[in-house]
Design a protein around this ligand. Structure first.
Ligand code: CO
Length: 197
């Protein structure tokens, strides 16, 4: 799906989708309307993310193909205060270095794997009023948010974290992926979009 996707209202009920739902594989449309519906949708995304105890949630994970994700990377168990943030039409510029971090994803329950990401970069995004912001992040300096936003930005391009894994890494989680494929088929009667390698 491309940027000309026709706008539709945001769904009344948001439900997290699991791999291999096709929604996770679609490219998303740029947000052009900054209104109360967008604000309301983002607030409801936070509710889903908190219910699922996630640190990030991208719109495709609730079946909405728009360039939006939300994050709250604070770790309450380490005494950190909540840090909810909304990222609309985000993009990364000037990436440098690499870093490896063990990631999970609400759409891949109980699956974790080490993924290589940029170590430093600048992210540019819009807020709920359409105002543009930029922030430089440095994972090596302890900014965990830098991992979260790279993971969530991938979702907006139909990419999921297991796409970054080596064949050997995939071998370690293959059984769990198959289990999710069976669950999806049982729930929907469809195969969805399983990994092709
Ligand atoms: Co994810």
């Amino acid at each position: 799906m491309d940027d000309t996707a026709s706008p539709a209202d945001y769904p009344a009920q948001l439900a997290l989708v699991h791999y291999p739902a096709p929604a996770l594989r679609r490219r998303t449309a740029t947000v052009t309307v900054f209104d109360g519906q967008l604000r309301n949708f983002c607030q409801r995304m936070f509710a889903v993310m908190e219910d699922e105890r996630g640190v990030g949630l991208a719109a495709p994970q609730v079946g909405v193909s728009r360039r939006i994700f939300v994050t709250d990377h604070a770790r309450p168990k380490d005494g950190e205060a909540p840090s909810p943030r909304i990222w609309i039409n985000p993009r990364i510029v000037e990436p440098s270095g690499t870093t490896v971090y063990e990631e999970g994803c609400l759409s891949f329950p109980a699956i974790y794997a080490k993924v290589t990401r940029h170590d430093r970069f600048t992210i540019i995004w819009q807020d709920l009023d359409g105002r543009e912001h930029s922030e430089s992040l440095d994972v090596g300096a302890g900014q965990f948010l830098g991992i979260v936003v790279q993971h969530e930005l991938d979702h907006l391009d139909g990419t999921v974290f297991v796409d970054h894994l080596t064949v050997a890494q995939l071998g370690l989680i293959r059984k769990k992926l198959r289990d999710l494929e069976v669950d999806y088929r049982t729930a929907t009667g469809k195969a969805g979009s399983p990994l092709r390698r």
